[in-house]
Design a protein around this ligand. Structure first.
Ligand code: FAD
Ligand code: MLT
Ligand code: ZN
Length: 475
């Protein structure tokens, strides 16, 4: 796209006058919006717009379309692939949705709630709870990430094995298109076969087709009780057998099944003393599992205790701590959710958010660990993730004190080894975090030409001026 020179001050003044929210232009004010959560990308913004309403967003997009100014939509800026921050050229406008915070409607009988894009995930969970219901999307960044960003990235998190990704939890969206029109698709219908599924085109599009300004989401019955346990397993293969047993015994009540290596647990305990391991038995691998029982506290405990006993007797686990209070359950989850930050505190990390068929995950870890260690002796594998849905956060940390340019220079080699192993396993190079800037250039190597052509045609149809987050997802 031939963007004009950086939009003039006069042009920005007309923008400022065109909407009720705030326009930040001073670099000191815009800087916090220009670096991503993991501090991997830092850019420059022409300005940061903080609209108050959907109509504000429509006015801003119309101004950008008229002035050929690229737009970078931003929610909580917790994304992992550099999709929410501007590039270095100072041409793009960051459009923050954080001030669109209205819970527009809650319908406990229809089991739906409609919220604006800037509402954080934890606030959506709380709005559902207030109505005596559950909104089951849950991830470590839930205090900061927004539902607009969750839908734009089709976020996964810890409940996917039971409730699916953000996509499965959304019945309708409201979108401002690349022309600055407001499409109200906020229907709360579970069945609606009337033409192409436009909603699902915007979900997962990472801000490259339009701006999600509100969503109608599904709610679920609250469980009668939850049981959480941290168990020690000898290997990822043993963890898979435990997953199978847990699914047989708990069926739909199994709502989380996370794998963590001993090194991950040690990193968390080292960097966050409150995350010390609750089990003394040393173990190379740990599983954090949770059931959400619809029947009763007693039924939850009986079925969960029976599962743990059977797993212990059959040697699938060697030790386990079953949470006896909400505080203890939260302490277990606290360890899991601190893993990304613990790894960042430890130093450099080259991250892979991959998925493979669940059945091959054990072999994948063993073989790919070996290949990486052979390629770069001394590295430390930081392996954890949502085993229950086949998604691993499969990250490489340097030997102690090895952070720095020499380690980072190996990124391409590590990516090559991991992504070729993923290809051989018929997996995905991005399970839940999306493509953004990080994986844009790898995408064509893992999609067919027809897929790339169809996506390019879709992009050209929805955003002919290429102002919606250009250079993200697609070149
Ligand atoms: P942002 O980072 O602001 O934006 C993400 C992308 O969406 C960008 O491309 C942006 O342009 C676009 N976008 C944002 N808002 C809109 C909108 N309203 N309309 C259109 N496009 C928009 N992710 C998971 O999937 N599973 C996890 O388990 C998980 N755990 C995490 C743990 C931690 C500690 C952290 C820091 C992140 C984690 N993430 C996880 C990644 C991140 O939280 C998710 O990708 C989340 O969905 C991003 O939401 P956000 O509001 O921060 O979006
Ligand atoms: C998680 O599941 O903790 C995140 O998706 C992983 C990450 O943020 O690296
Ligand atoms: Zn994750």
């Amino acid at each position: 796209m031939q963007t004009t020179a950086v939009a003039s001050r006069a042009a920005l003044d007309t923008l400022d006058a065109s909407f009720s929210g705030r326009l930040l232009t001073d670099p000191a004010d815009t800087a916090p919006f220009c670096t991503d959560w993991i501090k991997r990308w830092s850019g420059q913004a022409l300005a940061v717009a903080q609209p108050d309403t959907v109509d504000d967003i429509a006015a801003i997009v119309r101004w950008c379309a008229a002035n050929k100014v690229p737009i970078v939509p931003q929610g909580g800026n917790t994304g992992m692939v550099g999709g929410a921050v501007p590039g270095p050229d100072g041409r793009a406008l960051v459009l923050s949705t954080k001030r669109l915070r209205t819970v527009r409607a809650v319908d406990p009988v229809n089991n739906t709630l409609t919220v604006e894009a800037g509402v954080t995930l934890v606030e959506v969970q709380q709005a559902a709870l207030k109505a005596g219901r559950l909104f089951p999307l849950s991830l470590g960044a839930e205090g900061s990430c927004t539902i607009g960003g969750n839908l734009a990235t089709n976020a996964g998190g810890v409940g996917v094995l039971r409730y699916g990704n953000a996509r499965e939890l959304c019945l309708g969206v409201e979108v401002v298109t690349a022309e600055g029109q407001v499409w109200n698709g906020l229907r709360g219908l579970r069945k609606d076969n009337t033409g192409y599924d436009l909603r699902d085109l915007f979900i997962g599009s990472e801000g490259t087709l339009g701006i999600i300004t509100a969503a109608t989401l599904k709610m679920y019955p609250l469980p009668a009780a939850r049981m959480t346990a941290l168990a020690t397993v000898a290997s990822p293969h043993a963890a898979l057998r435990l997953l199978e047993l847990a699914q047989q015994r708990l069926a739909a009540s199994l709502t989380a099944f996370e794998l963590m290596s001993e090194f991950c647990m040690d990193l968390a305990a080292h960097h966050f003393p409150a995350c010390r391991k609750p089990l003394d038995t040393p173990s190379p691998w740990y599983v954090l599992l949770e059931s959400s029982d619809p029947i009763s506290e007693e039924h939850a405990r009986d079925s969960f205790d029976r599962l743990m006993e059977e797993a212990m007797e059959s040697g699938l686990i060697s030790d386990a701590a079953v949470a006896t209070s909400l505080a203890q359950s939260e302490a277990f989850w606290n360890i899991r959710h601190h893993l990304p930050d613990a790894q960042t505190r430890e130093g450099d990390s080259i991250k892979h958010d991959i998925s493979v068929p669940i059945s091959v995950i054990g072999d994948f870890i063993v073989a790919t660990n070996a290949a990486l260690e052979a390629a770069s002796p001394g590295i430390r594998m930081v392996v954890f993730g949502h085993l229950g849905d086949g998604n691993l956060h499969y990250n490489v940390s340097p030997a102690p004190g090895g952070s720095g340019p020499a380690f980072r220079a190996q990124q391409e080699m590590f990516n090559e080894i991991v992504y070729e192993a993923v290809r051989r396993a018929n997996g995905s190079i991005s399970a839940e975090h999306g493509i953004g800037q990080l994986k844009r250039d790898q995408l064509p190597h893992f999609k067919s030409d027809i897929e790339m052509a169809l996506m390019a045609r879709l992009k050209a149809a929805f955003d002919p001026q290429n102002i919606m987050n250009p250079g993200r997802v697609l070149r």
